[in-house]
Design a protein around this ligand. Sequence first.
Ligand code: GTB
Length: 233
Amino acid sequence: MRKNAPDPAASPLATPILTAFEASPDRGRGLARDMRVRWALEEVGQRCEVRLLSFEAMKQPGHKALHPFGQIPTWQEGELALFESGAIALRIAERHGGLLPADDPGRARAVTWLFAALNTVEPPILELTMAMLLERDQPWYVERLPMLQDRVRGRLDDLTRRLGDADWLDGDFSVGDLMMVSVLMRLGAASPLDAFPALAAYVARGQARPAYQRAFAAQLAVFRASAASRSES
Ligand code: GTB
């Protein structure tokens, strides 16, 4: 190749590259954060190449050049490299039709919901689910749990009120809904949405979208293939 010739993988026309877990700890339940990106891509009808990484590979300098914290997902599009699922989903929404309203105030409100999902709703959900997963044996767990549950409940109460009887948070389905549904999914069995039927229905509406179904099937296929290859070896 000519010196300084552009790397074909870096051409703006090259297929974008997404990184994901080689063997997701969620066992294919669609909870790892590449799922949000896969879903966004399916919504706008775009393809990407998925590169699968082991935990070890994620911590190597090569991957850390893409993701300073050694995580997935990352996104490469020509010479542009991104990390953070929200930034990647927003990039996809901005570049392709279907995930942002056509009018400027509507776009700004959809982006606000994307941030609300990641900055306001996801943190208490993560705190609760991580405590339930990793801190059960701690002496302070029983005392701390109700506080974590209350924080989540508060957010879900407010979100329920704002959603009302609408299908989506602000008009048509947007990248804000995609992210909010993805975040609410993290509650899973740890804290089911039984007490929040409107939010449970909202999540179900998101999951019923054909684009979600395709993205879910793709990440599940990766997990099944990796499980099969591990059981063979
Ligand atoms: N803020 C970043 C983003 O939104 O992109 C967070 C990225 C992140 O947390 N990535 C996780 C990761 O790479 C995978 S998704 N972890 C490896 C590491 O940090 O070493 C988080 C995740 C992991 C497992 C489950 N699960 O088993 O249910 C769900 C979600």
